[in-house]
Design a protein around this ligand. Structure first.
Ligand code: NI
Length: 392
């Protein structure tokens, strides 16, 4: 009979295959919506296991359907497949063979682990009550492959009752699992504001409208939205990460362009800031005789873990790995498009620790020396660093 502990033993036996798959994928990274080879690798493997497989979903997504031997509910398990535009600096036998492209966030591990789960469950299908969907999605890092996969029917036929996903966490000790319920990751929205003034000689500002000074006023005022207009018990971040204007010191330019990220958990607050930011920038620009154009971009929604499904994961981690391996995680302001799956069905997205200072595996996500302890079993835990996992 299949029990959690017997599955765990069988999973350890699959470990070397999962590591080999992860290293193969690490050597062959592909950017968002270009995961052709990865999708082929995944689909071939699923078909080998006799799992019904659909390809070409949301361009390069793959969906596997495992019908268990007994009736029951449907669970979706999700992995992301895309890599990042980074030149790998690691000197390892499985270093990226695609110059300028690197699995620097751990999505190679997510894909390999989900293939391991597909094998684990595929070999025991007669004993499974219900249906398992394996969703291998493209493009988590930027454009978002989850929503187009859902639009293509990933949650339907049969209807998904619960969804689960994991992310490698390089700020957590290898062998640990970190999770929390409720809003856990933020909605990563943003905007581009173009301030148009009147250019001219830097020594004759009275003949000009200086867009740099207007932009400076806007940036300071934007910070007051968080400090003065957001309930102190709610969370929001506005960061202007880019400001471009001008060419040389003695010219007042025609325009200044700023780009910013805006992060929230609460949907009402999210909508409120999307109204207030353009209004504030427009008002300041008008008061200073400039014009402003704000293009607001809504990103992924906030990722919200269902309390009951999170409790289920907690219980499984305690029973299989031990209570000392369970970390209660605080919410973070990075974004994740798993949020779309968790908006469509209750579920839980949690973090698997991969940091191991003893092996020098300490570089954070999106770093050119990022690498994980993929051989790690439940080794002794070291304290987590303050760094946060993967960001969009
Ligand atoms: Ni990631």
């Amino acid at each position: 009979m299949v029990t959690r502990l017997s599955l765990l033993d069988a999973a350890w036996e699959l470990g070397p295959q999962v590591v080999a798959d992860r290293r193969y994928l690490h050597q062959h990274p592909e950017l968002a919506f270009q995961e052709e080879n990865t999708a082929r690798f995944v689909a071939d493997r699923l078909r080998e296991l006799g799992i019904e497989t659909r390809t070409g979903i949301a361009k390069t997504g793959v969906l596997g359907l495992l019908r268990g031997g007994q009736p029951g509910k449907t669970v979706l398990l999700r992995a992301d497949m895309d890599a990042l535009p980074i030149d790998e600096l690691n000197d390892v036998p499985y270093k990226s063979l695609n110059p300028g492209v690197m699995h620097a966030c751990g999505h190679d591990a997510h894909t390999a682990m989900l293939l391991g789960v597909a094998r684990l469950l595929g070999e025991r299908r007669d004993e499974i009550r219900g249906t398992v969907k394996f969703a291998f999605q493209p493009a988590e890092e930027s454009q978002g492959g989850a929503q187009p996969m859902i639009e293509a029917g990933a949650m339907d036929d049969p209807r998904v009752d619960a969804a689960f996903g994991v992310h490698i966490a390089q700020d957590r000790p290898v062998g640990t699992v970190a999770l929390g319920s409720g809003p856990m990751l933020a909605a990563p929205d943003g905007f581009t504001a173009t301030i148009r003034g009147v250019g001219g000689h830097a020594a004759r500002p009275h003949h000009c409208v200086d867009p740099i000074v207007v932009a400076a006023q806007c940036i300071v005022a934007l910070q007051t939205l968080v400090s003065r207009e957001v309930n102190p018990l709610r969370q929001a971040v506005i960061t202007v990460g880019s400001l471009h204007a001008g060419t040389v010191r003695n010219i007042i330019p025609e325009e200044a362009v700023m780009q910013a990220t805006v992060r929230t958990f609460d949907e009402g607050l999210r909508r409120r800031l999307a109204e207030r930011i353009p209004a504030l920038i427009g008002g300041i620009a008008a008061a200073m005789r400039a014009e402003a154009d704000v293009r607001y971009d809504f990103g992924y929604p906030a990722l919200v873990n269902d309390p009951a499904m999170t409790d289920l994961v907690r219980e499984v981690v305690r029973e299989t790995l031990g209570p000392d391996k369970l970390i209660e995680a605080e919410p973070g302001m990075v974004g994740e498009d798993m949020a779309y799956f968790l908006r469509a069905a209750p579920g839980c997205f949690f973090f698997i620790g991969s940091r191991n200072p003893e092996r020098g595996l300490v570089y954070g996500h999106h770093h050119p020396r990022f690498d994980i302890d993929d051989e790690g079993r439940c080794r002794s835990a070291s304290p987590p660093s303050p760094a946060r996992p993967c960001a969009t």
